[in-house]
Unconditional design. Structure first.
Length: 157
């Protein structure tokens, strides 16, 4: 019986050690964007929401940084016209995340969700040519690394 107690104790100790030694997530230093989506509001207002990760935590700008005017969120507006996605370059949005999101401590990785409220142009009057829209999202960090362009699912207005 004492042998079973020893084996149980060793197994429990090993289990506790493995459960408390969880590894922090590892992300690349280039920002990653996932799950872009459009949450419509009243009129032509919407939130473009997306999740992000960054391995070195250099998202956003400190308030006293001379380069703070840099834009780090770019939204590309597209309309579906005759089955083809058409860039609406007059309605490309650039935003600045503030303040700096750099974590304190040795673990600099970041993950989170960003929500940006925008006013998108209403569809033109008359026969509707572009009543289906989507947004592409790019996130840049302070080192000028840019995420891949990720599109939201289409939204019918």
């Amino acid at each position: 019986m004492s042998q079973w107690v020893k084996i149980s104790f060793v197994l429990c100790t090993v289990g506790i050690l493995f459960s408390t030694c969880s590894k922090d997530p590892s992300y690349p230093i280039i920002p990653g964007v996932t799950d872009a989506r459009i949450v419509t509001k009243s009129g032509n207002l919407a939130d473009v929401v997306f999740n992000f990760t960054d391995g070195d935590g250099d998202i956003g700008w400190p308030t006293n940084d001379s380069l703070r005017a840099q834009k780090d969120v770019i939204l590309k507006y597209q309309q579906l016209q005759n089955g083809v996605w058409v860039d609406q370059s007059d309605f490309e949005y650039e935003f600045q995340l503030t303040p700096s999101l750099t974590p304190i401590g040795q673990d600099k990785f970041l993950e989170g969700e960003v929500s940006v409220e925008i006013a998108y142009p209403p569809p033109p009057p008359g026969p509707v040519v572009g009543d289906t829209i989507r947004f592409g999202v790019i996130l840049k960090d302070r080192a000028a690394h840019a995420s891949m362009l990720v599109y939201s699912p289409q939204k019918v207005l």
